[in-house]
Design a protein around this ligand. Structure first.
Ligand code: GDP
Ligand code: MG
Length: 441
């Protein structure tokens, strides 16, 4: 996929005369690649038309940045398609929200419910899980097991067969217990069928969820639009989570789900494990969709942001797969030196959506400074270690004392490090391009 897009753009750059025909051929090639990534046929066609409208042939003929102009136009179009224009309902810590999960059987609802609960629990929320799936044998056991492992309260029944009754009881109970995130897992069927949608409608009517999340398997291909639309027609879907992004699927169906539900993607699932769950970030997602790798923008940013004399060392370390605490510290230093953060670093995977949410730049800056204060109390061995087990309890306590911060803050900082290290470890084995060889985005 990536190959065919680069090839298409390469042909384009080589052509001396850029006319309608060359542009069309190039767009056709890219469209084929997007279809292969499961982007809906109609959306690909619309995008093609938009690009032709946006891209000015005269500009292409005159400038030498044809590749960049087209790539940027496609990139922007795809980003726009993932933006429904309004944010989803955002639950507030300490205030009760009921969140209902819907989706076909096997899409990853039960797994994702637990991930969602766990994600919030780690941030100090009081989540709870309600199993309103009475259709599949073993559904309650699965949820119970997940919940127990993550120490999240749960509710369900082995004998009751009415999902609406269980949903109501569960929500009531956890409201009384002052849980602030009551998550209702529902049943799915193999196919979209009337009985399922009627059940979803009833559960939704009974529990009055603040948000209904549609869970979609990234590998369902072109079926995404119809499936999402069918759910949207029976319940008020307000957000989408795309699962199994660790597999081969590029996730083009996400564009369909956004279009069909007019709701944003909020998280992606990247594995079976409870913490394989990421805040959705448009730009890396689109890079992946185009087969450009998450790193094309990243490499450019490294050259833009990291002082020239530090670049070879940083890239070398990343390609070896060693992202140490010291490396994180140095990147924080770079961020703070740059002034308005978030803007410049918005393309660095992991640094944007999670560490520096839009509109919270001040808090992010303060958090980074706090992290650095704690890291100042670490030894060289700790900063340069690549062994995550090194940071045991006594070291954490020593660092907390040394920096005058609570132990919880040190744990937070180490969590952040682990998260970034995991994302950045994908750089391992990367061939390091020289300046000027980078993707033009
Ligand atoms: P449900 O029927 O919608 O509740 O789906 P489940 O939560 O039971 O998940 C179905 C299967 O998909 C299980 O084997 C999960 O472990 C797996 N699964 C869910 N999310 C992910 C993911 O993000 N990545 C991978 N690789 N597997 C997942
Ligand atoms: Mg389930």
């Amino acid at each position: 996929l990536g190959g065919s897009i680069s090839r298409a753009l390469q042909q384009m750059s080589n052509a001396t005369i850029i006319d309608e025909k060359v542009l069309s051929e190039c767009l056709n090639e890219i469209s084929r690649a997007l279809l292969q990534a499961d982007v809906q046929f109609k959306m690909v066609r619309d995008m093609q038309a938009n690009i032709k409208r946006i891209v000015n042939l005269d500009d292409l003929a005159a400038g030498h940045n044809k590749r960049r102009i087209i790539q940027q136009a496609i990139f922007n179009e795809l980003c726009k398609m993932l933006d429904p224009g309004k944010p989803s309902f955002i639950p507030k810590k300490g205030k009760t929200s009921v969140i209902m999960f819907v989706g076909l059987q096997g899409s990853g609802k039960t797994t994702t419910c637990t991930k969602y609960a766990y994600y919030h629990q780690k941030k100090g929320w009081k989540p709870a899980l309600v199993c309103a799936d009475t259709f599949r044998a073993g559904a309650f056991d699965q949820l119970k097991q997940n919940a127990t492992k993550a120490k999240i309260p749960f509710y369900g029944s082995y004998t009751e067969s009415d999902p609406v009754k269980i949903a109501i009881e569960g929500v009531e109970r956890f409201k009384k217990e002052n849980c602030d995130l009551i998550i209702v897992d529902t049943s799915g069927r193999h196919k979209q069928e009337a009985a399922l949608f009627e059940e979803m409608r009833q559960v939704s009517e009974a529990t009055k969820p603040n948000l209904v999340i549609f869970v979609m398997d990234s590998s369902i291909g072109q079926a995404a639009f119809d499936q999402a639309q069918a759910f949207k027609q029976s319940v008020a879907v307000g957000a989408v989570i795309v699962t199994k992004m660790d597999g081969h699927a590029k996730g083009g169906g996400a564009l369909s789900a956004v279009a069909a539900t007019k709701s944003p993607v909020i998280f992606i699932g990247t594995g079976e494990h409870i913490d394989e769950f990421e805040v959705f970030d448009v730009k890396p997602f689109v890079s992946r969709l185009l087969g450009m790798g998450d790193w094309s923008g990243f490499m450019d940013k490294i050259h833009e942001v990291v002082p020239t004399d530090q670049q070879p060392e940083l890239l070398q370390k990343l390609s070896e797969g060693s992202f140490t605490l010291r490396l994180m510290y140095e990147q924080f230093q770079n961020i703070l030196k740059m002034g308005p953060i978030g803007q410049v670093f918005s393309m660095l995977p992991g640094f944007s959506a999670e560490l520096m949410p839009k509109g919270h730049e001040k808090e992010s800056q303060a958090k980074i400074k706090r992290y650095m204060t704690m890291m100042d109390s670490m030894t060289n061995a700790e900063l340069d270690s690549t062994n995550p087990k090194l940071m045991n309890e006594s070291r954490v306590i020593r660092i907390a004392r040394g920096s005058g911060r609570p132990v919880r803050d040190v744990m937070d900082m180490l969590e952040e490090y682990k998260r970034l290290a995991k994302i950045w470890s994908k750089m391992k084995g990367l061939k390091i391009p020289k300046k000027g060889e980078m993707s033009a985005l």
